[in-house]
Design a protein around this ligand. Structure first.
Ligand SMILES: *[C@@H]1O[C@H](CO)[C@@H](O)[C@H](O)[C@H]1NC(C)=O
Ligand SMILES: *[C@@H]1O[C@H](CO)[C@@H](O)[C@H](O)[C@H]1NC(C)=O
Ligand SMILES: *[C@@H]1O[C@H](CO)[C@@H](O)[C@H](O)[C@H]1NC(C)=O
Length: 400
């Protein structure tokens, strides 16, 4: 498991007061971002009040990129270097706003549209990961799913895009899991989905979004009928992937987002504090996300242009959470990239052959299938063969 060697300790701390609401950006549509042409789509700002266990990060804040570099060296180290840890946790209730898009097929009116994919992007992206405006015929999962007759809800995770902005030292996994649970309950009740009565809700996660989706299967297994986890794996301790994954953040060549200039400065850079990091340049991004051969340069340029910052605290919080989903008895498609560096040290066929997924989903009733996207790197939706992945996902939905 990525960063599993982080010795993250939790101890109970007194409740501390939290602000009630968080800022968002004014607009809700990205410049140049278009909805899938075959979809009947609408953008929403979903307000949710959630209760969750807030992990507390009392470490000194980064002064500069030298401190970020030192932290990443420690995270990547094979030695048992002590990492900064959370000092405790407290249960809090807070309201957030999540910006999302719902689309149903424009032309079809069969029962398939009542199956709704609920898509959660990973770190370094926002909801546009699922709906590329660049060559959508090749790269947009939303368009592919709509073409196959399905509906989709895709949203900006807490902290990025047009969802509530948080300090990079406060953003963490638990509110994200509860926000997704809250979205699923709303969709089930017919909210934000334009007259659809959902018969199946199917999680689709990428990377960090798969970590969140996996935690839904662990904590709220009754909320969905199916789940697809991409850009994610369950390495056993002896798998080289289990220890190599700490290098992942180093490959990002992470820098404090406000120090980046020119092309490297992501959209909305001014709205992120120095707890947020981004890629030093487009080559670091390409190295981290795209397979060595399985991409075209214009797709690398486009996906870099829509990249968003991420937070190390967010990462550390994710891997401080147990991920065993023993009560989930629905269908599950594990769909990693063959050459994923972060999660499989470059060979997911090998990582999945070792069977770690059986410990993550120990219930014999969980129906697990596996699709490995040939030759692709971690950013699977921008690989040349993204449509092979999409076909595997819609075929999975056909058989729910
Ligand atoms: C938060 O609430 C849960 C559920 O009631 C409880 O198990 C947990 O111990 C609480 N955590 C803290 C830090 O109070
Ligand atoms: C879709 O089908 C349902 C049930 O057959 C029907 O009630 C509804 O009017 C149809 N909607 C459209 C837009 O054709
Ligand atoms: C990946 O791992 C599998 C299973 O261990 C192995 O058969 C295959 O040769 C490896 N692929 C590469 C490209 O090394």
């Amino acid at each position: 498991m990525l960063l599993s060697k982080a010795h993250i300790t939790l101890s109970a701390l007194a409740l501390s007061p939290f602000a009630v609401s968080t800022p968002t950006l004014d607009k809700t549509t990205y410049p140049g971002f278009v909805h899938p042409s075959n979809g009947d789509c609408k953008d929403y700002n979903v307000k949710s009040t959630v209760t969750y266990e807030q992990l507390q990060w009392d470490q000194p804040r980064y002064k500069d990129n030298y401190e970020v570099a030192s932290l990443l060296t420690k995270v990547a180290s094979q030695a048992k270097v002590p990492l900064p840890a959370f000092s405790g946790s407290a249960n809090v209730t807070k309201e957030f706003q999540i910006a999302g898009t719902f689309c149903k097929p424009k032309s079809s009116n069969n029962s398939k549209q009542n199956t709704v994919f609920v898509a959660t992007h990973g770190a370094g992206f926002d909801r546009r990961y699922w709906a590329s405006s660049f060559k959508p015929n090749e790269y947009s999962f939303a368009q592919y799913a709509l073409e196959a007759g399905y509906s989709i809800f895709y949203y900006d995770r807490l902290g990025v895009g047009y969802s509530s902005r948080l300090s990079g030292y406060d953003v963490e996994i638990n509110p994200q899991v509860e926000l997704l649970a809250s979205i699923l309950k709303s969709l089930r009740a017919g909210k934000y989905i334009e007259g659809i009565k959902p018969s199946n809700l199917v999680l689709v996660g990428h990377s960090f979004g798969s970590v969140i989706s996996n935690l839904i299967l662990g904590r709220h297994p009754e909320l969905v009928e199916g789940a697809v986890l991409t850009g994610f794996s369950f390495p056993t301790p002896a798998d080289p992937a289990a220890s190599a994954s700490g290098f992942g953040l180093s490959v990002f060549a992470s820098r404090i987002v406000s120090t980046l200039t020119g092309d490297a400065r992501p959209q909305f850079a001014n709205s992120f504090d120095n707890g947020w990091l981004s890629f030093a340049d487009k080559f670091a991004f390409t190295e981290a996300f795209l397979g060595a051969e399985d991409y075209e340069v214009p797709a690398a340029e486009y996906s870099y242009k829509i990249a968003q910052p991420y937070s190390i605290v967010d990462f550390l919080s994710a891997f401080a959470q147990p991920s065993v989903a023993d009560k989930y008895v629905g269908k599950l498609l594990l769909a990693p990239a063959e050459r994923d560096l972060f999660f499989c040290a470059g060979n997911c066929t090998d990582t999945f052959a070792r069977g770690g997924q059986k410990s993550a989903f120990p219930n014999p009733k969980t129906d697990i299938s596996l699709f490995v996207q040939e030759g692709s790197g971690h950013g699977q939706n921008f690989a040349l063969n993204a449509r092979d992945l999409y076909k595997a996902i819609t075929t999975f939905a056909d058989n729910l």
